[in-house]
Design a protein around this ligand. Structure first.
Ligand SMILES: Cc1ncc(C[n+]2csc(CCOP(=O)(O)OP(=O)(O)O)c2C)c(N)n1
Ligand SMILES: [Mg+2]
Length: 805
């Protein structure tokens, strides 16, 4: 399907049009739209121009509806311009580029109205996302799902400096292990970053790395003008000169233009016979066109390369030489990253493109090809052939209750309970069981996914038997890989876990098949992938994150593995509802909620808040369960509907305070036994004490904030769950909060009804010991709670303190 001359002319015209629109969008945002603060919003003009030809080739010719793209964040203007040309973006949005509710500065799945497949912004993450999405596609296809939706290619448009991000290489290694295919990474090799010009010879490092990981590498260095010139007498000399030209010099000469090229070339190779004629034959403008005609700007060459690569499913890296700012007066200048065209410069570009003042946004203005021909061309662009590319999938039914491990005689940890609940689910041939997909960065067994995997197996496109099993070596776990398996085994890199969750959690939208992803990780290592987690949430991927062990409760496991701040991460992370159960029956309720919640889609952002909790639960989101390895005694109780609701809303009274209560102890998570013990011990000396079990500081806090906001807006009766609960406590009573985590997680509870508060928790980490040692050390044992209670409230000393201290 080589391109006809007519189509090439149209593509060339549209590339110029997209370049113009992207420049005008930025100019408009900076110079024409009234801005209250006079703030310039930076450019991205140069970064966009760099990709103009590549993206024109892709969006207007090469891409099929099933192909999915992560666009380099700062190529957002050119992306929106192309979508506008395709009729997928409104004038209103691009006129308001970077404005409130306008087209976004970085392509966003959730905030943009046009066809964004993967959000980008934090460089490097979108690239890895395409790799993991390719793996997820293989998973979905291996299950025999997504029959109607053809296999697509996952494509990343990467900046060359963006390739410095380590997460890309972590992904590359993981992709190799799983035989990634249908994945293209196109590196915009403009040899400029934000600050500077990049090192010489970087492409060679890239080439070797990619080939080592089994990728095909296609280097697009010279455009067709260059290739033709190289065939002229003296052309070889010119090629040598280009090949040896340092990046900085190439950029500087590009910025200076034809006369500067001529002078430099003449100085260096002008006395060498035919090559000086080659240079002489060209005007300054022609020389500039020739010298900047790199592979990444050459539509015929790009189309040919993409067409060839499309014949195979091998992962392919294209190193496309480009010029940052190509076609604009700031091309090649090392400071052009945030550079803006001056009004005079934009005017000169406008004139060069034959655009009349007042017609800047017109799609076909200034093009010398009849509008009808262009419209006919655009109507046939394969990318838009199927209309909407954002898919959806039906809900997977979630039963009213999930199995709950029976309290029994033995103490149980929430981590053990997690394994048992999943194991029970895995017994059934239910939809729920078959849509669950688990993944873990080399902590599968130690986070208790083992029982699930014994039943459901590991996933691989090709089956691989467990040799230990065939050799009859006894082992607790069966480690068999097959296309039927439901667990993705990942290497230790936590970054990959979160991006994998991001990819699995978008399957309904990208492939039209619902998955219920569960990823497990050691709680402290959330920080290792915190930006990736944020990224996954930002693009509204849906998953359940199970983090265990957590806190200092992991005790002898090691001080370095203790987590302090993660409950605060859980509270602060947008799009993630965090829970921390103490007991197995609570976890069962939370997991049921989680399977349902991650499937909800009550109109992103538009859903009404729940009148009881003030949470916007209809919108749904992802879930974080902070679990523990600490085995504790389980309550024998009936999980009534009311109790289950309270667990989900974030708190319930384990012991309701009496009318004269002097103290309330509020705890979250594994410190429950200490809180219970303390309450029992202080009973003799403090009246009517209450014990508040908190299951989600995150949801309680969010509901409280929302209810306050609602009241400020005039809804005087708005009351959140925690306000209702704490209304039962007299205002003079003191509140001791306790958590195996940072005390700030619960310290805010004092502000809800104006109770004095002493917040206990962990502020320093690293010391190994038994649970008892560490709880005592951090003052979160029963004695610590008693001391806090005694100091906080008037009355006689708490006598039991002498017994436990
Ligand atoms: C994680 C992260 N760090 C820093 C930035 C700020 N930043 C945006 S673009 C950029 C450099 C881009 O250079 P390159 O990838 O070569 O793209 P180009 O602009 O040359 O197209 C940087 C540092 C970011 N967006 N994300
Ligand atoms: Mg660059």
């Amino acid at each position: 399907m080589s391109v006809s001359a007519g189509d090439l002319a149209i593509l060339t015209a549209l590339e110029q049009k997209a370049l113009w629109l992207s420049s005008w969008m930025i100019h408009n945002a900076n110079h024409l739209r009234p801005s209250e603060d006079g703030l310039k919003v930076g450019g991205h003009q140069a970064s966009s121009a760099s990709l103009a030809a590549i993206m024109t080739a892709l969006y207007l010719r090469v891409l099929r509806p099933q192909d999915r793209v992560a666009v380099k964040p700062h190529a957002s203007p050119i992306f929106h311009a192309l979508q506008y040309l395709l009729g997928k973006q409104s004038l209103e949005k691009i006129e308001n580029f970077r404005g409130f509710k306008g087209a976004q500065s970085y392509p966003s799945r959730t905030k943009d109205a046009d066809d964004v497949d993967f959000s980008t912004g934090s460089v490097g993450l979108g690239i890895a996302q395409t790799l993991f999405s390719s793996l997820v596609q293989d998973y979905v296809k291996a299950k025999g799902w997504a029959k109607e939706w053809p296999e697509g290619r996952m494509i990343a448009l990467c900046g060359d400096a963006e390739m410095d991000e380590g997460n890309i290489f972590e992904a590359l290694l993981e992709g190799w292990k799983h035989g990634v295919r249908n994945c293209w990474w196109i590196i915009d090799y403009n040899r400029q970053s934000l600050d500077a010009v990049i090192r010489e010879g970087l492409w060679e490092r890239f080439e070797t790395i990619f080939r080592n990981f089994g990728w095909d590498v296609v280097i697009l260095k010279y455009g067709s003008l260059m290739e033709a010139a190289f065939r002229e007498p003296g052309g070889e000399k010119l090629r040598d000169w280009i090949d040896n030209c340092p990046n900085q010099l190439y950029s500087a000469l590009t910025y200076q233009g034809g006369a500067a090229w001529r002078k430099r070339l003449n100085d260096e190779i002008g006395d060498q016979g035919p090559v000086s004629k080659l240079i002489e034959r060209r005007s300054d403008a022609e020389l500039q066109a020739l010298m900047t005609n790199l592979g990444g700007h050459d539509l015929p060459g790009l189309l040919k390369a993409f067409e060839e690569a499309a014949k195979y499913d091998c992962p392919t890296c294209f190193i496309a030489y480009t010029i940052k700012g190509r076609g604009l007066p700031l091309a090649g200048h090392k400071d052009n990253h945030a550079g803006l065209l001056t009004p005079a410069q934009i005017d000169s570009v406008r004139q060069a493109m034959n655009i009349r003042p007042g017609h800047e946004w017109d799609r076909f203005e200034g093009l010398d090809i009849p509008k009808k021909e262009i419209e006919a061309f655009l109507a046939k662009v394969p990318f838009v052939a199927k209309g909407a590319r954002r898919l959806s999938a039906p809900r997977v039914e979630v039963p009213a209750t999930l199995p709950t491990p029976s309290p029994g005689a033995k103490p149980l940890s929430t981590q053990m309970a997690f394994g048992q609940i999943l194991n029970e689910i895995a017994r059934d041939e239910s939809d729920l069981a078959s849509r669950i997909v688990t993944t873990s960065p080399d902590v599968t067994v130690s986070t208790n996914l083992g029982p699930f995997i014994n039943r459901r197996g590991l996933f691989a496109r090709a089956s691989m038997a467990d040799t230990f099993k065939s050799e009859r070596v006894p082992s607790t776990y069966s480690w068999e890989f097959s296309p039927k398996g439901q667990h993705w085994e990942l290497g230790i890199a936590e970054s990959n876990l979160f991006i994998m969750l991001s990819a699995l959690g978008l399957s309904h939208s990208i492939f039209g098949e619902r998955l219920l992803p569960i990823g497990t990780v050691y709680d402290p290592f959330i920080y290792r992938g915190a930006d990736q987690l944020n990224y996954a949430c930002y693009q509204d991927a849906r998953f359940i994150l199970v983090a265990t062990p957590s806190g200092v409760s992991l005790a002898p496991e090691g001080g370095a593995h203790q987590s302090i701040g993660t409950p605060l991460v859980g509270m602060a992370q947008d799009g993630l509802a965090a829970f921390e159960p103490a007991f197995a029956d609570e976890l069962s309720v939370m997991m049921r909620f989680a399977f349902d919640y991650i499937q909800r889609d009550g109109g992103a952002g538009g859903a009404e808040p729940n009148e009881k909790t003030w949470l916007r639960d209809e919108t749904g989101g992802s879930i974080y369960l902070r679990l523990s390895t600490r085995a504790i005694e389980q309550p024998t109780r009936e999980m009534t509907r009311e109790l289950a609701e309270d667990v989900i809303d974030g708190a319930y009274w384990l012991r309701k305070p009496g009318p004269n209560a002097q103290i309330i102890v509020a705890y979250q998570g594994a410190v429950a036994p200490e809180a219970i013990a303390a309450i029992g011990l202080m009973g003799e000396d403090r009246r009517d004490v209450g014990l508040l079990a908190i299951t989600s500081a995150d949801r309680l806090n969010a509901g409280w904030t929302a209810a306050q906001r609602a009241r400020e807006r005039g809804l005087v009766h708005a009351t959140s769950h925690i306000e209702r609960l704490l209304a039962a406590a007299p205002s003079h009573c003191g509140l001791v909060t306790v958590i195996d985590g940072h005390p700030a997680t619960l310290a805010w509870l004092g502000s809800v009804q104006g109770h004095r508060v002493r917040a206990l928790g962990v502020e320093h980490f690293g010391q190994t010991g038994t649970v008892a040692d560490l709880y005592r050390h951090h003052g979160i044992d029963a004695a610590g709670i008693l001391k806090a209670a005694e100091t906080l409230t008037p009355g006689r000393p708490i006598r039991a303190l002498t017994r436990v201290a």
